[in-house]
Design a protein around this ligand. Structure first.
Ligand code: GLC
Ligand code: CA
Length: 526
């Protein structure tokens, strides 16, 4: 286990819209390098870059055409190498995005694979036996899209053909379904390792693995896909023990024991996570001023996952990502965002902040789809740096930006946030610094609920490591809340670390936790 994960907090950058250094309207690697001082000042120590490789950008780069080459619009491989080096100088590690399950249909491997003549790549994708095989149970097929007399299985959009990692249980009636140990699937595995090694050697510290659970087909319990990742982990432990993988799987109880250092909680698979910050139908989010949010919805989902992964790897709780609308900042003021950050940054595991969420950036409604974004497009708009043109994102004319900047006169910016002691940015900065200097708040510090009742606030929990003990209380509601915790074990005194300084009050009959509306407290015992 790479020791650096213990106190790393990641920041996800969507390269298209972080910072445009050359005025063409699209973010780029030099732009990210330019903004490293900001990221260092913020206090994050890890970056995850959404895919920055050569691509026709039908799915924003999740349709990779060349896994070994940076897309020209972002720069060159040398620029990426420079980013690794510059970031490292500032104590920041960089993770890339590994789209392991599929490629673009413009990838050279696929262009070969779809040919009539058999060749080295014929079995790198999943092809049916004939163009007339239009249906296969639990699989989509793209019909008539190839030169060869066969249809291919896509993984996501139609132009994202699935790489062939084989079938856990090939259907004997469909001999085109190859077993995992067939030559095609084994060659694809070897290539995936080559890609990873290439970027590790250039200075990448790890990968976020796209659709990590999707590789082996007809694998209902995930065991064949898990076996693949076990093999990769054993290889990494031998060859690249300081590098890490985080999976987009959202089944930490499977992904972590099987080899991932961390797995994300994500809204598509984890309703309790989704409920934290985002409304679901008529239900208000857990972190909501109305106080109608129920923290148990999250904790009852989280507890078994935490138990299943403890000591083996980490749960990664993201503030959001490039697929999630609304954003954390939607419907929230600075104080509300700060309370949400206080939660994210004091939970065990490895937190991920989606760019702009530290500002409370809002998603834009009603944008036309950009690069396959569809309903996700609104959470991908340019980072808001300052009050200059295009919020300091780019020198291009506004109508030539990748996506429009939030036009709201009240849009938050980095410059305004840094200048305002009450901003969510400043709160995030303070919490990040705290996490770095207090091992109990790190990834492995033990988590224990002290008070977390359905429909009640505040919620109180503790984090411990060795002799360090830190208590956290959160009140996202718009009324003052207090709870008596007479049984708070062995707590003699507290020292305020962040938030409300006087929240933990000791009396003759034990401790009371009192929080004003929309507030939090982090205190250290003893
Ligand atoms: C993941 C990515 C998403 C992409 C999809 C297909 O879910 O996060 O943006 O569209 O995989 O690669
Ligand atoms: Ca640019």
């Amino acid at each position: 286990m790479p020791a650096w994960l213990e106190n790393t907090v990641f920041y996800q950058i969507y390269p298209q819209t972080f910072r445009d250094s050359n005025g063409d309207g699209i973010g780029d690697l030099r732009g990210i390098i330019e903004k490293l001082p900001y990221l260092q000042e913020l206090g994050v120590t890890g970056l995850w870059l959404s895919p920055c490789f050569e691509s026709p950008f039908g799915d924003a780069g999740y349709d990779v055409a060349d896994f070994y080459k940076v897309a020209p619009r972002y720069g060159t491989n040398d620029d990426l190498r420079a980013l690794f080096a510059e970031a490292k100088r500032r104590g920041i590690r960089v993770m890339l995005d590994l789209v392991a399950g599929h490629t673009s249909n413009q990838c050279a491997w696929f262009r070969e694979s779809q040919r009539h003549e058999r060749n080295q790549y014929s079995d790198w994708y999943i092809w049916t036996d004939s163009v007339w095989t239009w249906f296969a149970p639990n699989l989509q097929v793209v019909v008539g899209g190839a030169e060869r007399d066969a249809n291919y299985v896509p993984n996501f959009f139609h132009f994202q053909p699935a790489l062939n990692y084989g079938f856990a249980k090939p259907d004997p009636k469909m001999p085109w379904q190859q077993p995992v140990d067939a030559p095609g699937p084994q060659a694809v595995r070897a290539e995936l390792k080559k890609i990873m090694a290439y970027w590790f050697d250039l200075g990448a510290s790890g990968f976020r693995v796209d659709m990590a659970g999707s590789l082996v087909k007809n694998d209902p319990d995930g065991s064949a896909t898990a076996a693949l990742w076990r093999e990769f982990r054993a290889w990494m432990d031998r060859e690249y023990p300081d590098c890490a993988l985080v999976s987009e799987w959202s089944q930490p109880q499977i992904a972590v024991p099987q080899g991932f250092h961390m797995d994300f909680l994500l809204p598509f698979a984890k309703p309790g996570y989704k409920a934290l910050f985002r409304p679901d139908g008529d239900a208000v989010p857990i972190f909501d001023r109305s106080g109608r949010g129920n923290i148990r919805t999250f904790l009852d989902e989280f507890a078994p996952l935490y138990d299943a992964t403890k000591g083996r790897g980490f749960i990664a709780i993201p503030s959001g990502n490039h697929d999630t609308v609304p954003r954390l900042g939607d419907g929230r003021e600075a104080r509300d965002v700060a309370v949400a950050m206080a939660f994210l940054l004091t939970m065990p595991g490895v937190p991920f902040i989606y760019y702009g969420d530290e500002l409370g950036m809002r998603a834009l409604d009603g944008l036309p789809s950009k690069e396959g974004g569809y309903g996700r497009t609104g959470c991908r708009t340019p980072m808001q740096w300052d009050a200059s043109a295009n919020a300091g994102f780019s020198a291009a004319p506004a109508d030539q930006l990748y996506l429009p900047v939030d036009p709201s006169p009240t849009r938050p910016t980095v410059a305004a946030g840094l200048a305002d002691p009450q901003s969510s940015l400043r709160a995030t900065q303070e919490l990040l610094a705290l996490r770095k200097t207090h091992p109990a708040l790190g990834a492995s510090g033990e988590f224990r609920e002290l008070y977390a009742e359905a429909g009640q606030w505040p919620v109180v929990y503790e984090r411990t490591l060795g002799s360090e003990r830190i208590l956290v209380a959160l009140n996202p509601t718009d009324t003052a809340r207090e709870v008596r915790l007479p049984a708070l074990p062995a707590l003699e005194s507290v020292r305020a670390l962040a938030g409300e300084a006087a929240a933990f009050v000791s009396g003759a009959d034990g401790w009371t936790v009192k929080l004003p509306p929309v507030s939090y407290a982090v205190v250290k015992a003893g």
